[in-house]
Design a protein around this ligand. Sequence first.
Ligand SMILES: NC(=O)c1ccc[n+]([C@@H]2O[C@H](COP(=O)([O-])OP(=O)(O)OC[C@H]3O[C@@H](n4cnc5c(N)ncnc54)[C@H](OP(=O)(O)O)[C@@H]3O)[C@@H](O)[C@H]2O)c1
Ligand SMILES: [Zn+2]
Length: 378
Amino acid sequence: MPYPYVLLSAAVSLDGYLDDTGPERLLLSGPADFDRVDDVRASVDAILVGAGTIRADNPRLLVNSPERRAARTAAGRPEYPLKVTVSATGDLNPGAQFWHTGGQKVVYTTPEGADRLRAAGIAADADVVALGASLDWRAVLEDLHDVRGVRRLMVEGGGTVHTQLLQQGLADEVQLALAPLFVGDPDAPRLFGPGAYQSGRLRLVETRQVGDVVLMRYEPTAPGTGAVASAADRHWLSLACDLARQCPPSSSAFSVGAVVVAADGAELARGHSRESDDPVVHAEEAALAKIDPADPRLPGATVYSSLEPCTHRASRPRPCARLILDAGVRRVVTAWREPDTFVTGADGVGALSAKGVDVVVLPEYEEAATAPNRHLLT
Ligand SMILES: NC(=O)c1ccc[n+]([C@@H]2O[C@H](COP(=O)([O-])OP(=O)(O)OC[C@H]3O[C@@H](n4cnc5c(N)ncnc54)[C@H](OP(=O)(O)O)[C@@H]3O)[C@@H](O)[C@H]2O)c1
Ligand SMILES: [Zn+2]
């Protein structure tokens, strides 16, 4: 179930607020940053805000630059990104600018919310999609991806929506514009609320001065839990696929990359096939060999491997699935099920699952995982 790339974007005061409590929207960033946001909007397929932001700010959520809109249409894309909102209650003003500017719109809601929105006439301006009594973000992202072709989604708040997406491990990137002012009102909306965040220690990928605000771009690092993949899972699996490209070429074995990541998002080790002049070492084996077997982080760790771990090996006493079990690791994320090239009926996924390991296969990375192995697959 592939999701769009989810980019959270917000401007925030030095004391962590998104707005004050006055009737007018508080302007946190300046013209240079609004132009930067316009550029990000022009790059995405859809922009999402929560119903609270529509009620509080009455935003239009447009690409304002005619040049950027022209570039979109020249590239065969709609002039404006799809506008998306979520509302459980359906309590939205049919006169809001959201419905009457820009291109297509969709609102995800509950059955009761859908009745209310239809009664208000909003179905004339937007697709009203009822997703069930409790609105599930994964269902929203799946619908955006599969039904509406959204590959890149920008989320522009508010705090309730940002908090849920980060806490559920669904954000791929966070872009914060830190504004040099204080709000100081405890009743003002905060950017991030209380709760358990499935994001780990975020990785800082960029800082940039934009006028008098500082743009900070972060990526989550913490693996997902159980059978559910997080944005960080995609990052680490993509890294494993990159590592597979570093393997010395071989006509008799696959090129595979692997990374072992702790629950808090810390990388414990990485490896690739045939590394360090060992002609038979496997990626998972090479990575695990770099970790102290007594490391207390292993039971909470995730092994990312571009190819599913092996279950039969002539060159070593223990195959990689066994090494993973013996290391106490309980979660594996992989991109590619082993074809019958060297052994028939390889089933590392089945062997690990049978021992209670959570195994997640992300087929959207299969192409990257197979790329360095094309010569073996004819
Ligand atoms: N500084 C910035 O960059 C920035 C950006 C955006 C917003 N803001 C500020 O943020 C404030 C609004 O933030 P907010 O947290 O109140 O609102 P919000 O996050 O925009 O929207 C919250 C609403 O979205 C709906 N919603 C959220 N999650 C849902 C779920 N899982 N299922 C169903 N519905 C869900 C609910 O709508 P219903 O109540 O209709 O059910 C909920 O009340 C405003 O003051 C605005 O100015 C600032
Ligand atoms: Zn192996």
